[in-house]
Design a protein around this ligand. Structure first.
Ligand SMILES: Cc1cc2nc3c(=O)[nH]c(=O)nc-3n(C[C@H](O)[C@H](O)[C@H](O)COP(=O)(O)OP(=O)(O)OC[C@H]3O[C@@H](n4cnc5c(N)ncnc54)[C@H](O)[C@@H]3O)c2cc1C
Length: 306
């Protein structure tokens, strides 16, 4: 354990606990900021000192983090890599005159700063960056770190009164997500279609498999963006998924697609081309024609259930 002080923030409680887990590993000492009372309790239960601000706006959170940073002088600030976190992190770093690195999945203390790791080139390579200034500000995606063990002590909770600047953004309208939202990001099992499917009607084969496995259906970008056969695709410019099982059917496995399925626990590919890149990414590969493999697989599952 090193002598590091960490300030953490995420509006997502689960993610903030994961950030706390890493912070405690680095230092045994962590402070957090939140706008949510329940989250404040959860973090304090793990021994973190928690600052709270009442105002939920990004401006207020940034002002609260600046105040907390002034009081605590952290060596590093962890911000959860969510849409909101990505909005807050760079502005906070700028206000602190600090370095910023986004989407880091690993952070280690080096001799004269921090070594952070992130995926680059669509996830095909890992870059290690050295951050020397104090504090370093990094954003961290969900599931990079583990929640902490119970600490057996309760942290102090301190309310901050911040004078947040008038928001530059005005919310004109809020609308619920479309009813057809695929739920891909939280799906436990995903079956996914690539250009191996020749006609839209053939997606029926995928639907039948999805129904047997109680799976969500995903696809590669051409199936959605070019052909319009499905709403949302998986990959670097689409949804990043983390199911227990991902079955890629007629998908070649380009780096843009691979970047979105990296967190899957088990990848199975069905592709007639033995040399297709998807096989290398897969735990199990079926070299075969989706038009024969999919019906056989669905039938085998159906027969097994009987
Ligand atoms: C900026 C940018 C961002 C992008 N973002 C994404 C992204 O987020 N997600 C994404 O998916 N793509 C993305 N792409 C597109 C990406 O580069 C590829 O074009 C795409 O992933 C290929 O889709 P595919 O695997 O379905 O098609 P293909 O590459 O054409 O592969 C089809 C595969 O099906 C196999 N096949 C054919 N017939 C059969 C059959 N009968 N049975 C079994 N297998 C068969 C073939 O062997 C082949 O491997 C992006 C591209 C750019 C430029």
């Amino acid at each position: 354990m090193t002598d590091v002080k960490t300030l953490i923030y995420s509006e997502n409680t689960e993610l903030s606990l994961q950030l706390l887990g890493k912070a405690l590993q680095l230092s045994g000492d962590a402070v957090a900021l939140t706008t949510d009372t329940q989250q404040a309790n959860a973090l304090s239960d793990y021994g973190a000192k928690v600052y709270t601000v009442k105002d939920h706006s990004s401006e207020a959170v940034r002002a609260g983090l600046l105040d907390a940073a002034k009081r605590e002088s952290p060596d590093i600030v962890f911000i959860g890599s969510t849409k909101r976190g990505r909005e807050i992190g760079p502005g906070l770093a700028s206000a602190l005159n600090a370095g910023y690195s986004g989407d880091c999945f690993d952070v280690q203390k080096g001799a004269d700063g921090f070594l952070v790791k992130k995926f680059v080139y669509g996830g095909s390579s890992i870059a290690t960056l050295k951050m020397r200034g104090k504090p370093a500000v990094v954003s961290v995606p969900a599931r990079s770190f583990q929640k902490p063990e119970a600490q057996g002590k309760k942290g102090e909770v301190v309310e901050l009164v911040v004078a947040a600047p008038t928001p530059k953004i005005r919310v004109v309208e809020s609308r619920p997500k479309k009813a057809g939202d695929s739920g891909l990001e939280s799906a436990k099992i995903i079956v996914s279609a690539g250009r191996g499917f020749k006609k839209r009607e053939d997606l029926k084969l995928l639907e039948e498999l999805a129904s047997e496995l109680d799976a969500k259906m995903g696809c590669s970008r051409p199936i959605s963006a070019d052909l319009g056969w499905m709403d949302q695709w998986v990959g670097i410019s689409g949804k990043k998924v983390a199911p227990r099982l991902y079955i890629a059917c007629g998908v070649s496995g380009t780096i843009q697609h691979a970047a979105g399925i990296r967190d899957s626990q088990l990848i199975v590919s069905i592709n007639s081309d033995e040399a297709a890149g998807i096989h290398e990414l897969s735990d199990y590969s079926i070299v075969g024609d989706i038009y024969t493999v999919l019906p056989a697989l669905t039938k085998a599952l159906r027969d097994r259930v009987k």
